[in-house]
Design a protein around this ligand. Structure first.
Ligand SMILES: [Zn+2]
Length: 224
């Protein structure tokens, strides 16, 4: 009988020690949380992989062929200094003095793919200072007769994305036939043609591999 009691006490001691119990509950909660986080993380990884699987692979990442756009170009393949950025590249919060590095890298990667296909693709105008943009805008007003008409082609400095370093004008020297190459292939690198009236103007409107939005009639459409 005495033995029985002693066993019961031991069991009670073991299971009812509140400090140990709390620790065990905390550990269990931690485990549940860790499992949840890793499941969610792998779900989002899957979504990203799926999103880019629509792109014809392999692509070229600068001078290297790559077989996975998301993993290789954005995260690893092109190296940290050559990242294409993960999303769309929007207006900077502070003043800039050069073309956005992601926009630049996206162009260089696309240019490398074009070169492989025998197409010469160059930037004719990327970053512009506000003064330069002002000059171009005034010149367009003189040419088109009004600020409204001019802004279909050249926006004022506070509206244009060129002084923000997130817009590119391109050309195909010596091959004017291929002016649609970047329009067709740019989305693979997150570069989109924006306006119906400007085949040469591109911005990073999407993440690499995502579908570009429909064209808008002209630059003025954006500020109406
Ligand atoms: Zn432009």
């Amino acid at each position: 009988m005495a033995q029985k009691i002693s066993v019961t006490t031991k069991v009670l001691k073991g299971s009812m020690n509140s400090k140990e119990f709390k620790i065990q509950v905390l550990m269990l909660l931690g485990l549940v949380l860790a499992t949840f986080i890793s499941t969610e993380y792998s779900k989002s990884q899957d979504a990203q992989e799926q999103k880019v699987s629509e792109v014809a692979l392999p692509l070229r990442c600068f001078e290297t062929e790559i077989d996975s756009l998301w993993r290789s170009v954005v995260k690893e393949g092109c190296g940290s200094d050559k990242s294409l950025g993960a999303g769309n590249i929007s207006e900077p919060k502070t003043e800039v003095t050069d073309l956005n590095i992601y926009v630049k890298n996206r162009f260089l990667a696309a240019q490398s793919m074009a070169r492989k296909e025998g197409i010469n693709l160059v930037i004719t105008s990327g970053f512009r200072t506000a003064d330069r943009q002002e000059y171009l805008f005034k010149r367009a007003i003189a040419k088109y007769g009004s600020a409204k008409e001019a802004s279909k082609w050249v926006l004022p400095p506070n509206k244009s994305h060129h002084p923000d370093g997130i817009a590119l004008d391109v050309n195909y020297p010596g091959n004017q036939v291929e002016t649609k190459w970047l329009e067709k292939n740019g989305f693979k690198y997150g570069l989109c043609r924006v306006y119906k009236n400007e085949w040469w103007h591109f911005e990073s409107l999407v993440a690499p591999g995502e579908k570009c939005p429909a064209l808008v009639p002209n630059a003025q459409t954006k500020i109406e």
